[in-house]
Structure formats: structure tokens, C-alpha cells
Design a protein around this ligand. Structure first.
Ligand SMILES: NC(=O)c1ccc[n+]([C@@H]2O[C@H](COP(=O)([O-])OP(=O)(O)OC[C@H]3O[C@@H](n4cnc5c(N)ncnc54)[C@H](O)[C@@H]3O)[C@@H](O)[C@H]2O)c1
Ligand SMILES: [Zn+2]
Length: 439
């Protein structure tokens, strides 16, 4: 049986919010398409109170940002980037180009081609999320993207030195200080001051995520990476204190970030509920976490691990932290998740900041069809083919001719027929008719 010890707010409230966000974003896109840089500047002033002469940082600005960080801070960023770069490179190396003779005389292949230009959004509204610079910029560079534009909103009224430094250390080619919808639209549509990119990547709040969704098709997007979600799957092998820390640690992202405990232990459920209340009295970011816990937090109690698996797959959450006796049961059987965190020694914060897997992950049940950002998202897998022999050309041509005819494609059919005529030595084949089998 599946019971709720605590429920989040209803889906109707959420869909009402979604409609408002959609309309806001539509307006901003239309306005920037029409008025370019002037509109970008207007929204930057309105939402971020930010109106510099140039949204792009100079080499001097970037050097000045580096100087504001301590040696320790630089080393910490370098450590995290080393882990992310290393794993991204291992993933890149696992992707092989192929070229195979698939039929006598027929050679098919594919190669992975990096995109030419991408725009990386680094969130910075509530927190200066410098880790996103490693996740987006650095991964794009490992993939071989030539032009990587990176942007973050001003933080407390100015460019955040650690974000700028992390972007630069990750290899960004252009650094903008621009936030929200105006930033992603400027990069996607292009303005006189920002050349357009081919794909937008990176997480963001619901405005940023919705803007990427609406721009999809004109540019590529990596995935729908909206407000953070965390699911903790736990049993009596861990305690309520640990579960509460891991729920609130991610609930602090924002007021719409769900944190859910899924357990087969009613005792753990009750202990966690009490611990969450206690920790909310001491957590420095409790103002945000309290609201997200009240609105979106849930505690679900199941009888069996099979039920837990079913609930977890239905939720298809971004982060799934498994702290049960048999963590491999979930690794082997779960099908919908952004990233898994197995066992109590690791946690979502390690993944967010330092361990090396990418933290830009699908939210809003998009994990049903995609994993998170990774080096492969910056590569286009493109096929090619050649036919090496006259015989193979004639054989494919004969089949193709008849298949085209079944679809009423006369022109396609003739593309095949002319090959059969020339390479199959059948000069008398009629035009626009399916090739008959030879007697
Ligand atoms: N899914 C993932 O992989 C992942 C990873 C990390 C962070 N996140 C999420 O990223 C988000 C970061 O959000 P944030 O708000 O701190 O920073 P943000 O940079 O995403 O958004 C700030 C911008 O939002 C715009 N904005 C604010 N209010 C607006 C309004 N009413 N209308 C239009 N635009 C408005 C402003 O221009 C501002 O620059 C969080 O929700 C967090 O959960 C997701
Ligand atoms: Zn997080």
C-alpha cells in the first residue's frame, strides 16, 4: 500500500503558474526579436537592475575577477573542474565513430561532429551557481565546440567574481553578464551585439527553462532543466537526521523545488518529518527551504521495495538518492531518473559541485526520455555512405525502384532506375517504372 504522510500542493496550482510563466516568456521573446539590444537592456534593467555599457566582459574585467579570489578558492574550482573534465573525456572516448561494410559493396558510417557555437546559461539569481560553469562550458569544450558563449546574471548588483573565474577557467570564449529570459533569447535569436548560437544549454529557474523550451526548434536545447527535484529512497539502514539533511539541502534551491522521501519504514518517515522541522529552525537558508518543503515536500510510505520502485519511476525525478540495504536493486531496475546517488556515503551535493558527473539534469518528468547534460549533447551523430561496386549499386537500385513505386514516388524511383541502367548494365530499362525482376 502507498500512503502519504505528507503531501505537496496540488497540480492545479502548478499549472496555473506554468501558464503565467509561458505568457511572460512569449512577450519577452517577441519584444527582443523586434527591438534587439534595446529590449535586452530594458529587461535587464527591469528584472536585474543591471544596465552596463557593455554586457560582455573584457579580458581586463576577467583578470580583475580572478584577482578577487583567494588561492584556495581557485584551487577548489580547479579541483572540481578536473573531476568534471576527466569524466567528460572518458565519456567522449566511449563514443566511437563507425564505418562498416554492411552489405557486399555498401559502406555505412557515422561520425560525431561538435556544434560550432553554443550558449551556456549559468544561473545566478538566488545563488551564484559557479558549478554550472564547469558543467556546461567545460563539457562543451571537451566535446570540441569552437565558440562557447557563457552568461550569468549579475549577483547582488555586479558580475560575480567566482562565476566569471570558473567560466574563464572552463574555457569560455565570450563572457556576458546577463540573466534570465533576456540572456537566452539574445544568444538564440542574436542581436547586433551578440552573434547567435546553435544550441542553448544549462539549468535555470522556470523562466529560463520555459524560454529554452519556446526557442527549441530555432536553436537546439540540451534538455528541460528547471527547478531542482530530489527524491530520497531510504529504509531503516539510515536515520531521519541524514534524510532530513539530504531533503533540505536540495529544497534550499528555490521555493518550487520538491524534496520527497520515499520509504518502507513508517518510523523513518516520522523521524524525518520531525527532523525536518527541527533543522528548519537552524538552517541559514530556511526561508526558501521552508516554503518549498511546505508547498512541494512529500513523505511517501510504501510496504515493499517493488512499490517504492514503481513510485520512483512514476515520479521520474531529477535526483534520486538511494540509501537502502540493497541499493543495486534500484540501479538495476529503475528506468526514469536524471542521476542516481547510491549509498549514504555520497549525496546530491557531491554531484552538484565536485564529484565529476554533470549536474544539469532533466526535471518535470523529462527523465522519461532523456538523461542529463553530457559531452554527447554537444555532438551531432551524422551518417554517411558510399557504394563501392557496380553490382551493389544495381542491387540497391532494383529494390529501391520497387519500394519507391509502392509509395508513388516516380522521381525517387528514377534516381534508382538510372543507377540500375548504368551500373547494372540494363540500358533498356524504362523511365519511371519499377524495375522488374530479371528473368
Ligand atoms: N535542473 C538542473 O539541472 C538544475 C541545476 C542547478 C540549478 N537548477 C535550478 O536553477 C534555478 C536557478 O534559479 P535562480 O532564480 O536562482 O537563477 P536564474 O539565473 O535561473 O534566474 C534569475 C533570472 O530570472 C529572471 N527573472 C526573475 N524573476 C522574473 C520574472 N518575474 N519574470 C521574468 N524573469 C524573471 C531574472 O532576469 C534573473 O536574472 C533554480 O530553480 C535551481 O533549482 C536546476
Ligand atoms: Zn542542488
Amino acid at each position: 500500500m502507498i500512503q502519504y504522510l505528507k503531501r505537496g500542493r496540488t497540480a492545479e496550482v502548478k499549472s496555473d503558474d506554468d501558464a503565467k510563466v509561458r505568457a511572460t516568456v512569449e512577450d519577452i521573446i517577441r519584444h527582443i526579436e523586434k527591438d534587439g539590444d534595446d529590449a535586452v537592456r530594458e529587461y535587464s534593467r527591469k528584472f536585474d537592475n543591471w544596465d552596463p555599457t557593455d554586457f560582455r566582459l573584457s579580458r581586463d574585467d576577467i583578470a580583475a575577477a580572478h584577482k578577487q579570489l583567494s588561492a584556495r578558492e581557485i584551487e577548489d574550482i580547479a579541483f572540481a573542474q578536473k573531476q568534471v573534465r576527466n569524466f567528460a573525456q572518458i565519456q567522449r572516448d566511449s563514443m566511437k565513430d563507425v564505418e562498416v561494410e554492411t552489405y557486399p559493396g555498401v559502406v555505412l558510417g557515422h561520425k560525431h561532429i561538435p556544434m560550432n557555437a553554443v550558449g551556456c546559461y549559468i544561473p545566478g539569481g538566488k545563488y551564484p551557481l559557479l558549478a554550472s560553469a564547469h558543467m556546461s562550458v567545460l563539457t562543451a569544450k571537451v566535446a570540441g565546440v569552437k565558440r562557447v558563449v557563457s552568461t550569468a546574471p549579475p549577483y547582488q548588483g555586479k558580475p560575480h567574481p567566482a562565476i566569471v573565474t570558473a567560466m574563464d577557467m572552463a574555457g569560455a570564449d565570450e563572457i556576458l553578464v546577463l540573466g534570465g529570459v533576456q540572456a537566452v533569447v539574445a544568444m538564440a535569436v542574436g542581436t547586433p551585439s551578440v552573434a547567435p548560437v546553435d544550441m542553448l544549454v544549462g539549468p535555470g529557474n522556470m523562466f529560463v527553462a520555459e524560454a529554452k523550451r519556446q526557442l527549441y526548434g530555432r536553436v537546439g536545447i540540451d534538455l528541460f532543466a528547471g527547478p531542482t527535484e530530489t527524491l530520497v529512497i531510504a529504509d531503516d539502514s539510515v536515520d531521519g537526521q541524514l534524510c532530513a539533511v539530504d531533503l533540505l539541502g536540495q529544497a534550499e534551491h528555490g521555493p518550487t523545488s520538491p524534496a520527497v522521501l520515499l520509504t518502507n519504514s513508517e518510523k523513518l518517515a516520522r523521524d524525518t518529518l520531525a527532523e525536518v522541522e527541527r533543522q528548519l529552525t537552524i538552517l541559514p537558508t530556511a526561508a526558501i527551504a521552508r516554503q518549498s518543503w511546505a508547498d512541494c515536500g512529500e513523505i511517501i510510505v510504501c510496504d515493499t521495495k517493488e512499490e517504492m520502485l514503481q513510485v520512483a519511476d512514476d515520479l521520474a525525478f531529477e535526483h534520486v538518492q538511494v540509501m537502502t540495504e540493497d541499493v543495486d536493486y534500484f540501479l538495476n531496475n529503475m528506468t526514469n531518473y536524471g542521476a542516481l546517488f547510491l549509498g549514504p556515503r555520497t549525496n546530491v551535493s557531491f554531484g552538484d559541485k565536485v564529484i565529476g558527473t554533470n549536474h544539469t539534469l532533466p526535471t518535470n518528468r523529462n527523465a522519461r526520455y532523456t538523461g542529463g547534460l553530457w559531452v554527447g549533447k554537444f555532438l551531432k551523430t551524422c551518417t554517411y555512405q558510399r557504394v563501392l561496386t557496380d553490382e551493389a549499386s544495381a542491387t540497391m537500385g532494383e529494390y529501391c525502384s520497387r519500394l519507391c513505386h509502392m509509395e508513388n514516388f516516380a522521381g525517387h524511383g528514377e534516381q534508382a532506375n538510372i543507377r540500375v541502367r548504368r551500373y547494372g548494365n540494363r540500358p533498356d530499362l524504362p523511365w519511371y517504372e519499377p524495375v522488374a525482376e530479371q528473368a
